[in-house]
Design a protein around this ligand. Structure first.
Ligand SMILES: [Fe+2]
Length: 323
């Protein structure tokens, strides 16, 4: 009869457990605050997996007190979630991937949108870091496009499943920003639409990681495919209004050092323009996504130009959709 194996080797202390975030929900449908994690490029795989799972579940997650992050460590953290990508037209703030979201560039995002949906493979995640925060205002709101879909009455879900929409970066900024200086508008428009993109997406995107169905609309939508102007506008407003319902949203009051990470495939967001002339500076790094697919299995299609051009540095967001 075999006796139990014994060993004289000294017991080694177990490796300290990787820190896992504590998760506190902010609302019933969207948003959670995560604590106990110091973000960076050196996170343990278990910590990364927990953060990623929280993003997928809560759609947007918030971290306070991440003031140690700079351009490099912000980008290094992005790399643990995927491949950082540059904006297809707007030059970065640091010559690499960080996009400046600055109050003085005439670029306030006070329209509900999903980032960069005018290209096919728009970003999967956006990571926004607060650098300078005004004394009041400048909050950001996010909306859950998955619960917006599941909350629709059945006939509207069936209708949405059948629709596709054309998204473009070329629209009337002057109509959206009546208070902006003409020179600022012209300059921003010239940069943002240096290349004019048009992409046809399904109105309902099947999420590649969760399998959930999401409404894919927002202010880059030019029209619902196959419909005339008024019909297109009415249908857009109908579905978009379900996304924007207050119960479907969360609102964040920024502090310096905050980081917000959202699943750009399952949300829209809106930056409020209500801090007068106070400076507000945030840095955004986006992580590459893949080409959306609708409930019928049809993928998004780039209509214009023939391919997504490479920006000055790094791969372009959406370039994977050019093929
Ligand atoms: Fe945005």
């Amino acid at each position: 009869m075999a006796s139990p194996v014994t060993t004289d080797a000294p017991a080694t202390a177990p490796a300290p457990a990787a820190p896992l975030p504590e998760v506190r929900k902010l609302g019933g449908r969207i948003g959670a605050v995560l604590t106990g994690v110091r973000l960076g490029g050196d996170l343990a795989p278990e910590t990364v997996a927990a953060v990623r799972a929280a993003i997928l579940e809560h759609k947007v997650v918030f971290f306070r007190d991440q003031g140690h992050l700079d351009e490099d460590s912000h980008e290094a953290f992005a790399q643990v979630l995927g491949t950082p990508v540059a904006h297809p037209t707007v030059p970065s703030a640091d010559g690499r991937y960080a996009l400046g979201i600055d109050s003085d560039h005439g670029a306030r995002a006070n329209q509900w949108h999903t980032d960069v949906t005018f290209v096919p493979a728009y970003p999967a995640f956006s990571i926004l870091r607060a650098v300078t925060i005004p004394p009041y205002g400048g909050n950001t709101l996010w909306a859950n496009t998955a619960t917006a879909y599941t909350g629709l009455p059945e006939p509207l879900r069936v209708l949405a499943d059948s629709l596709r929409a054309v998204h473009s970066n070329d629209y009337d900024y002057a109509a959206l920003r009546p208070d902006a200086l003409p020179e600022a508008l012209a300059q921003y428009r010239e940069v943002f639409t240096a290349v004019k993109f048009r992409t046809e997406h399904p109105v309902v995107r099947v999420h590649p990681e969760t399998g959930e169905r999401n409404l894919l609309l927002g202010n880059f939508v030019q029209k619902i495919a196959g419909l005339t102007g008024q019909d297109s506008r009415v249908l857009f407003d109908l579905f978009q209004s379900h996304i924007e319902r207050p119960e479907n949203t969360v609102r964040w009051q920024w502090q310096v050092g905050d980081v917000a990470i959202w699943d750009n495939r399952a949300t829209q967001h809106y930056g409020t323009d209500d801090s007068d002339d106070h400076v507000r500076t945030l840095r955004r790094v986006t992580v590459d996504g893949d080409v959306p697919v609708g409930p019928d299995g049809r993928a998004s299609v780039l209509l214009e130009p023939s391919e997504v051009p490479e920006p000055a540095f790094g791969p372009a967001s959406g370039a994977g959709g050019a093929a």
